[in-house]
Design a protein around this ligand. Structure first.
Ligand SMILES: [Cu+2]
Length: 147
């Protein structure tokens, strides 16, 4: 039955293509990013804060445990807390974006800190920070630099 074979072959190719496509585009679909801004502050400041909204479209929590950025020594995930009437910053190990939720990194709240900036960053208009997650892939995130 040649017609049946053709149909089976078609279905097989369809499923292979669909499976590969789904895997290949996973990183773009799981998390999306908006309002990404780096506040560079005065030229004397050695650190900068960065803000962003992150949405998790998947059914599982995403744990971002590492950032790569060539213009600072390191990138940390901070949380602002009030302790004895003083605003303090706490370093968190992981940035967790819960399943089907959005997290907002904003002034006086959670934020990223770019520690020990390369002065050359002041000649750039955007910052590409790579977010590495344990379980959701790797993401190139472009921030607008505000001077
Ligand atoms: Cu901080």
């Amino acid at each position: 039955m040649p017609q049946n074979n053709a149909l089976l072959t078609f279905l097989l190719i369809f499923f292979i293509a669909f499976g590969v496509d789904k895997k290949g585009s996973q990183s773009e679909q799981v998390l999306s990013f908006s309002n990404a801004v780096v506040k560079l502050g005065p030229p004397s400041s050695k650190d900068a804060s960065a803000y962003i909204d992150i949405s998790n479209h998947s059914d599982s929590d995403c744990v971002i445990d590492k950032f790569s950025f060539p213009y600072s020594q390191r990138v940390e995930f901070h949380e602002s807390i009030i302790h004895l009437d003083m605003m303090k910053m706490r370093v968190n190990k992981n940035l967790v974006v819960l399943a089907k939720q959005e997290i907002k990194l904003e002034p006086l709240g959670k934020h990223l800190m770019l520690i020990e900036l390369d002065p050359l960053i002041r000649e750039t208009h955007s910052s590409k920070i790579i977010f590495h997650s344990e379980n959701c892939g790797t993401f190139d995130v472009v921030f607008k630099n505000e001077h």
